[in-house]
Design a protein around this ligand. Structure first.
Ligand SMILES: *Cc1c(COP(=O)(O)O)cnc(C)c1O
Length: 432
């Protein structure tokens, strides 16, 4: 696997190691693979019935061919993807792909754990400390902290928007200590993300730190997210699923598009968003207008300027019509989200978090418009107990917090508060 920038006027090709450790090309683009392996239909049919770990190894071996020996790659994949992603059938044509069975209870565990393994491998002989900056709208930081805690030679600095993450999410960011620290930013997720991007271009910081990012701007996050699309296919009856992806920064959806390019037979993708709807608007009008994010119940998707849109455009040669052949976009309000959570509970006894409910809404809207009879699979990106207050209020039920999160409630919060101002963030980093 080799990579180029999405702004590739400079056709400079880099290795995966370079792309993962440096995160961003100098030209302000994002790294994308120069080439993807293409699985034969018979290879893909052969995956039917296989567990996620086996499917992941097959995809990883082809995708990371030449990057590291199989004897190293296989244990990396096995350690990173050591939990299932079950496909739960609600009706014969509607299923949920549950991506929340990892340690932080969100799908971001796939990307974060795989990335931590890769960085550990790439950095195995270096004495240099790698400093990972990560902006989080809620779930990324928790998954990255869990994935990187205790990894030698790596420190992690998390930026999160004050008051815009749930209490449990905040605990998952601020209670680690050791090589993990947190900055509570008086601003939005977009402010946090912008500060991280600025830091990467800052010569003072570059001199002092070996900076890398664990946001989905880092290609290491996207690679393992393509595995579970194959894993879902392996579990479903039939072919040509429609995947409905609740989206914010569009890393998850982009990983699905990569899976399709590798030969996975997918009928359509649905980009389902909350009121932060710049991508559905683009899909419907051809115009892309990033804007300030607004706060919603599905806070991990409160992104006004999604970074992976650049990768989506690159995949389709910046051609609106070509992207629209593969992807349709819909967006939903908080009140629609709450009613959908109630319907899923009433009709199927299924307890869904607000992000997954937006996926379910997308599936139903798609079905209403296209009525293709294909299998619709919506991705449930977080465990409902991560959003326990919203879920309990909406459904009038009591939820237990999973044991692995209960212990966080007694740990003290530890975060440095900073304004949404790059100079303040830089001063904080330089003063450490
Ligand atoms: C991050 C996140 C999303 C959005 O995923 P993107 O890859 O940024 O589009 C959706 N749901 C949950 C629960 C998340 O944590």
């Amino acid at each position: 696997m080799q990579l180029v920038s999405t702004n590739s006027n400079s056709s400079q090709i880099v290795s995966l190691q370079e792309a993962v450790l440096h995160s961003l090309p100098e030209d302000g683009g994002l790294y994308v693979p120069t080439q993807l392996p293409l699985f034969e239909p018979s290879d893909i049919r052969g995956m039917k019935g296989q567990p996620l770990a086996d499917v992941s190894i097959q995809v990883a071996s082809r995708l990371l061919d030449g990057v590291l020996p199989e004897s190293e790659l296989i244990p990396i994949v096995e350690r990173a993807i050591n939990f299932p992603a079950p496909l739960v059938e609600l009706t014969p044509t509607l299923s949920v792909l549950e991506l929340f069975h990892g340690p932080s209870l969100a799908f971001k565990d796939f990307g974060a754990r795989f990335m931590a393994e890769l960085i550990g491998y790439f950095n195995r002989d270096a004495d240099d400390l790698v400093t990972i900056l990560v902006a989080t709208s809620g779930d990324t930081g928790g998954a990255v902290a869990a994935g990187f805690h205790g990894v030698p030679g790596v420190e992690v600095v998390i930026l999160y928007p004050s008051g815009r993450v749930s209490e449990l999410q905040e605990r998952q960011l601020t209670t680690w200590g050791d090589n993990i620290s947190a900055c509570e930013v008086e601003g939005s997720f977009d402010d946090c993300q912008a500060m991280v991007k600025t830091a990467f271009q800052d010569p003072d910081l570059k001199r002092r730190y070996n900076l890398s990012s664990a946001n989905s701007i880092n290609i290491a996050r996207l690679i393992p997210q393509s595995f579970y699309y194959f894993g879902a296919y392996a579990q479903m009856k039939g072919d040509n699923p429609v995947f409905v992806v609740p989206s914010g920064n569009y890393g998850n959806l982009t990983a699905g598009l990569l899976a399709k390019r590798m030969g996975l037979p997918v009928k359509h993708f649905v980009a389902a968003s909350n009121r932060n709807d710049v991508v559905p608007k683009y899909l419907n009008t051809g115009e892309f207008h990033p804007k300030q994010s607004v706060t919603t119940l599905s806070n991990a998707m409160d992104v006004g300027n999604p970074s992976n849109f650049a990768r989506m455009q690159h995949l389709y040669g910046s051609t609106w019509n070509a992207m629209r052949d593969d992807v349709v976009g819909y967006s939903y309000s908080d009140s629609e989200t709450l009613s959908e959570m109630q319907l899923l509970y009433r009709d199927f006894g299924y307890i869904c978090d607000p992000h997954g409910a937006i996926g379910a809404l997308g599936a139903k809207e798609y079905e209403g418009i296209y009525n293709t009879g294909e299998m619709l699979i919506f991705l449930e990106t977080a465990h409902p107990s991560k959003f326990i207050d919203v879920v309990q209020d909406a459904l009038g039920i009591h939820l237990d917090i999973p044991i692995r999160l209960q212990r966080l409630q007694d740990l003290p919060k530890n975060a440095v508060s900073i304004p949404a101002d790059y100079t303040a963030f830089k001063a904080h980093l330089m003063s450490r």
